[in-house]
Design a binder for this molecule. Structure first.
Ligand SMILES: [Zn+2]
Ligand SMILES: [Zn+2]
Length: 151
């Protein structure tokens, strides 16, 4: 049996996390990695202690569900809550992050973004990543490792 690569191992973890999403508009997972170690993970969901979209329906304003915190934000906030430095870390996400998450990723000192799927890749986010020197690369999930598609 072939040993799973680091890329596939971390990307599979993000896809597994996506399956925990409580908002089904888009199921996203994010894994923050430092020195080949997972330091945090997140998925799309409500704030802790609040109701879930899957139970109560989405809270939609201007076409967006405002109930959830994005997977990338949840992963970053987990680092804040438990005191793990994100300086120089990498993030593996199932979808290209939205503009706000891109800014938060940059500000948290993350230097590399691996994403499995393009998702409304914002031109300003791409410009910002280039401007500040954050490397992005598409790493598609090999479904031989995880067959469940979070869609
Ligand atoms: Zn929702
Ligand atoms: Zn986002």
């Amino acid at each position: 049996m072939e040993r799973i690569s680091w890329h596939q191992y971390f990307m599979a973890q993000s896809h597994l996390l996506a399956l925990r999403s409580t908002c089904q508009r888009l199921m996203v997972g994010a894994t923050i990695v430092r020195d080949k170690r997972i330091i945090a993970g997140g998925y799309n969901g409500s704030v802790s202690g609040s109701v879930h979209c899957i139970d109560e329906g989405c809270y939609v304003i201007d076409g967006h569900c405002v109930r959830t915190i994005h997977a990338e934000m949840n992963a970053l906030l987990q680092c804040a809550k438990f005191g793990a430095s994100t300086e120089g870390a990498e993030i593996y996400v199932t979808h290209f992050p939205c503009l706000n998450c891109c800014k938060a990723i940059i500000q948290a000192g993350i230097k590399t973004v691996y994403y499995a799927e393009d998702y409304k890749n914002h031109p300003y986010a791409i410009e910002l990543f280039k401007e500040v020197g954050v490397y992005t690369e598409k790493v598609e999930l090999d479904h031989t490792y995880i067959s469940l598609k979070p869609e």
